[in-house]
Write a protein that binds this ligand. Structure first.
Ligand SMILES: Cc1cc2nc3c(=O)[nH]c(=O)nc-3n(C[C@H](O)[C@H](O)[C@H](O)COP(=O)(O)O)c2cc1C
Length: 177
């Protein structure tokens, strides 16, 4: 049984995600960065996160060699930045002046949260490869808290007011969230 690709892609688009830019320096000091919606949490202890990179991405082979990187969670005013780092050609960094993390990685200014990571594992993910990173340090910019850039149904979105937000009952929160 085969699944129609377009139907599959559209169905996946019904799962809302945030948007991150993974940033790093190559061994010869070049800055690289890539917009991703495949970021997710994996483990609290040890602290692990993941993302997946398309094997056809220009910088795919670069990501396989990188020794530390930052995952920058974008806020809802960083749509332009997201587009900038989703274009394969051209100077992605332009006039951006990156911050430098505790591990020396370049980090996006004004990201809502930044995780500094080192590679932990890589797995086959079909036309993507799954990268698991161990979080070494994190930074939160409180003024951007609660205002993530959201990607849903092929479009950027912003969260509506939190007036309709509900906390799950305590018995379903025992899992540790
Ligand atoms: C919202 C959004 C989410 C994306 N998520 C991913 C992703 O999770 N994995 C991926 O390989 N490419 C993803 N892309 C596409 C890459 O950002 C794009 O192919 C980029 O040019 C790759 O960088 P490179 O050409 O420098 O290798 C996404 C693009 C957008 C706009």
């Amino acid at each position: 049984m085969s699944i129609d690709l377009r139907t599959f892609r559209n169905a996946l688009g019904q799962f809302p995600t945030g948007v991150v830019i993974a940033t790093a320096r190559t061994r010869d000091g070049q800055r690289v960065g890539m917009t991703m919606s495949s970021f997710n949490s994996v483990s609290l202890d040890p602290p692990l996160v993941l993302f997946s990179v398309h094997r056809q991405a220009l910088t795919f082979a670069v990501w396989q060699t990188i020794e530390k990187y930052a995952i920058n969670i974008l806020n809802d005013e960083q749509e332009k930045l997201s587009n900038q780092f989703a274009r394969a050609k051209g100077d992605k960094w332009g006039d951006i002046e990156p911050l430098t993390g505790k591990t020396g990685v370049p980090m996006m200014p004004n990201a809502a949260v930044v995780f500094e990571c080192e590679p932990y594992a890589r797995y086959d993910g079909g036309d993507h490869e799954i990268f698991v990173g161990r979080v070494m340090a994190l930074h939160e910019h409180d003024f951007n808290r609660g205002r993530p850039l959201v990607f849903f149904d092929g479009r950027y979105r912003q969260l509506a007011s939190s007036a309709s937000a509900h906390t799950p009952p305590p018995d379903v929160l025992q899992y540790g969230w």
